[in-house]
Design a protein around this ligand. Structure first.
Ligand code: CAA
Length: 389
């Protein structure tokens, strides 16, 4: 049975997130982008409204939203400003490995504090020389009595400047490829962590992105999440669950660009009439609307599969992430085109959306990696329809 209706509770959540995006995020989005300013106060307000840490179970004081509900929030917030939304969702991404692989006692220790006050946590997977190739990471987690000693570097870490805790992946057995990867929780104040300067990026400038180095950083073995060697699987399961949210970011950015393009095309006159009268423009708007809705339906299907839990959502999560990111790139690029010269100007909102969209094709697994996941799933026997056919 397919139901494509949101519940009243989900509509309310959507209204709350949209009001926050329209009234709190959007008015200062341009300024944060231009000044590369971290939106600390805005994120704190979002935390108070329950728009962060959405995955935390109720038993630890969280609101435990379904993935579908999180997708609703993610689309709205990214329509406000996706750079800010990326920094908001980074906590959920970092908490997921703990929720997937930790014991109840560890979850209480490492997850519950995030419901008590606004704290930041970061997901530490990517390295300077290992982005797409997770198994190629070289950070080491060496056993030393009751402790682990961590050495290595991480790169492109969202909210890394502010994190009080890292969900970090490294190798306890460097010779064992992906089977040697382990996940540990590292307190942000551990001795030996050096935080780099915020990266200067093309877009999503409100989000904080840094590199980190770990030099003989010591953590107790009790901070290990899951067994030694289980880290790769935990990371992949985390990404399966978080990719629908990244897809929802793309929906928010694309929707905003389309709305601007529709409004502008009705105002702007050329050849004595609004440019919306021209078929060339109408076809661009029609393409935007249908592709956005196609990507949205895939995103909801992926989120619904994540919520089902009993089956791997890798295939549909990858479809959603790749499709939505590519569609957002196309829609934002065409929105700039509809605006013509003004679209290229920083006085108008669409150039920011185009720059912001580009990153969605790169982070959380590039568009090419999503296609690799899709092909492997299909050749591995997965049902390409996700069970619909
Ligand atoms: N769930 C469970 N198990 C999985 C799995 C999944 N989703 N994906 C793979 N596995 C298992 C495989 O079954 C295989 O198991 P066996 O050992 O039993 O054979 C094992 O893991 C190894 O799998 P692969 O052979 O497919 O591994 P690979 O080394 O070829 O890499 C990859 C696979 C898909 C390319 C992976 O490296 C990948 O996803 N790369 C992209 C990384 C990424 O998305 N990074 C994003 C960082 S976070 C971020 O960007 C956030 C931000 O800034 C905001």
């Amino acid at each position: 049975m397919i139901e494509l209706e949101l519940s009243e509770e989900q509509r309310q959540l959507q209204r709350t997130a949209r009001k926050f995006a329209d009234e709190v995020m959007s008015p200062v989005a341009q300024e944060h982008d231009e000044q590369h300013k971290f939106p600390r106060e805005i994120i704190e307000k979002g935390w108070e409204l329950g728009l962060l840490n959405m995955t935390i179970p109720e038993r630890f004081g969280g609101i435990e939203l379904s993935c579908v509900s999180q997708v609703i929030v993610a689309e709205e917030c990214s329509a406000g400003c996706v750079g800010m939304a990326t920094s908001m969702i980074a906590n959920d991404l970092a908490l997921l490995p703990i929720l997937i692989g930790a014991t109840e006692e560890q979850k209480k220790k490492f997850v519950q504090p995030f419901t008590e006050k606004m704290r930041y946590t970061s997901f530490g997977l990517t390295e300077p020389n290992a982005g797409s190739d997770v198994a190629g990471m070289t950070t080491t987690i060496r056993s030393d009595g009751d402790d682990y000693v961590i050495n290595g570097a991480k790169m492109w870490i969202t909210n890394g400047s502010h994190a009080e805790q890292f969900s970090l992946f490294g190798k306890t057995d460097p010779a064992a490829g992906h089977k040697g990867i382990t996940c540990v929780v590292v307190p942000g104040d551990a001795k030996g962590i050096t935080r780099g300067k915020p990266e200067r990026k093309m877009g999503q400038n409100a989000s904080d992105t840094i590199g980190l180095t770990f030099e003989d950083v010591r953590v107790p073995k009790a901070n290990r999440i899951g067994a030694e060697g289980e880290g790769f699987k935990i990371a992949m399961q985390t990404l399966d669950a978080s990719r629908p949210l990244t897809a929802a970011f793309a929906l928010g950015v694309a929707r905003k660009a389309m709305e601007h393009a529709i409004a502008y095309s009705q105002e702007r006159k050329a050849f004595k009439q609004p440019i919306a009268n021209f078929q060339a423009i109408q076809f661009m708007i029609a393409e935007m609307a249908m592709k956005l809705q196609g990507a949205r339906l895939l995103t909801y299907q992926a989120a619904a599969l994540v919520d089902k839990k009993e089956e791997r959502s890798s295939l549909i999560s990858a479809y959603a992430k790749a499709m939505a990111a590519d569609v957002a790139m196309e829609i934002t690029t065409n929105a700039v085109q509809v605006f013509g010269g003004y679209g290229y100007s920083k006085e108008y909102p669409v150039e920011k959306l185009m720059r912001d969209a580009k990153l969605i094709q790169i982070y959380e697994g590039t568009s090419q990696i999503q296609r690799m996941v899709i092909a492997r799933q299909i050749y591995g026997g997965a049902n390409p329809s996700g069970g619909l056919v």
